[in-house]
Structure formats: structure tokens, C-alpha cells
Design a protein around this ligand. Sequence first.
Ligand code: BTN
Length: 247
Amino acid sequence: MGQAIQVYDSCDSTNLRAKEWAAQGAPNGALVLAETQTAGRGRLGRGWNSAKGQGLFMSVVLRPPFEAQRAPILTMLSAAAVSAALEEVCKVQAPIKWPNDVIVNGKKVCGILAEMSADMDNVQWVVMGIGINVAQGIEDFPEEIRDKATSLLIETGRSFQRCALAGAVMRQLEQRYDQLMTAGVGAVVDYCRRHSATLGQEVLLVTREGKYKARAVDLAEDGELIVENEQGQREKVVSGEVSVRGI
Ligand code: BTN
């Protein structure tokens, strides 16, 4: 991982650059980094705060030899890699809000945006876009997200080198990706289970059909979230099909 790298002072979005590169044949593990993004993108069509010097903005091209329906495990794998990297470098607990946010002290410090191209149901490439809030002060976040978003500086009072964080994330990604290829999903799911900010919580599931409350009770063998609805019935939730919010 990270043997082919593109580094931008400024670009529109590292995900857009990585997708273009992937379409032109970027190898597995190709990495795009930017100091700042002019059109940083979040999930659900949102933007991503990408001011210069404040965050780590990185996108990694993955080319797993498997079917598109298995791709959601890569989001969890990336969240696990970030969580482990933050624990290692910043010495903080960094649980995962299923399936793809990393949390410190109850607030979001990292978001992940996965974008995929598939051919005949097989993955051609997946771009994993990772944004980590490193050096923002609370006033750098828009007022409406100040109760939900945070940075490593706010939570620890310390400044971290973004390149050290990027290196740790890439090492964690490589190790966990290799393990996924050789031994399957068990270790990823196990890590996410043991470092979960979601399990045991009341959640609001937002689907195309509507919203409903449930309790998150476990992760299934393949990484799907198992919830228990208000009638006590259990069901599996597939990432990408729902948005999960705390209540
Ligand atoms: C989210 O909404 O939580 C996902 C945010 C993902 C942000 C990262 S920053 C690097 C990469 N480039 C983008 O434009 N988005 C992702």
C-alpha cells in the first residue's frame, strides 16, 4: 500500500482524483493526499470541511478480487485501520460508529467515503476516502455540528503530524487488507465489535422507506449490524442502505 502516491497542495477532492486515477489503472494501494480540498465531499451528498493544515485528507484505491456485494466490509476495514492508528499514534480510545465514523470522546473525528466501480457484479476498484480532523479548534466547525464533530487537537490538546498519521493509517490498512485476503472477514468484524460506539445503543435507522428506532445488539459474521426493533424482532442492516443515528 502507498507505493504509488499523488500529493496535491490543493485539489478538488482526493476521492475524485483517486477515482480518475483508478479508471486509468492505478494499482491496489495507490494513495492520493492533499493539503486542502476545494470540493471535499462527505457522505449523502454533504461537503467535508477541508481547510489547509487542519485535516488529513487521503484516498486509497483498493482492488479486491471479490464481488461488489462484499465491498461494505472494506469500509469497516478502513474504519478499523483509522481507529487502530489513532490509538497507536494519539493514545486515545477511538471507537467506531458503525459502519464508517471514528469517534473520540463521543464526537466524530474521522469520516470515510467509499466509492466503487463494478463490472458484471465484480469490484473493479473501490476508493476509500478518509478525512481526519487533526488541528481544528471548536470555532473552526460550523455551529450546527459543534456538538457532534471534534478534532484530535481539541480532544488531546496536542498537535499531531499529519504525515505520521497517514503512515500509521496506511500500515494498518495494509496489514488488515492482507489479513482480509488470506483469512477472511473475521478479524475486521471482531475489531469493530470490540471497538464499537454503536452496539448497545438506541439508534435511529433512516431508510428509503422511512425512519425507525431500534437497539443495536451485535455485528453479524459478515459485518452487518444486527438490531432489535421495538417489537423485539431482530434483523440485519446492510451498510449503504441505511443511515444510523444516535438517539
Ligand atoms: C463523511 O461524510 O463522514 C465522509 C467524509 C469523507 C471525507 C474524506 S476527506 C478525503 C476524501 N476526499 C473527499 O472529498 N472526501 C473524503
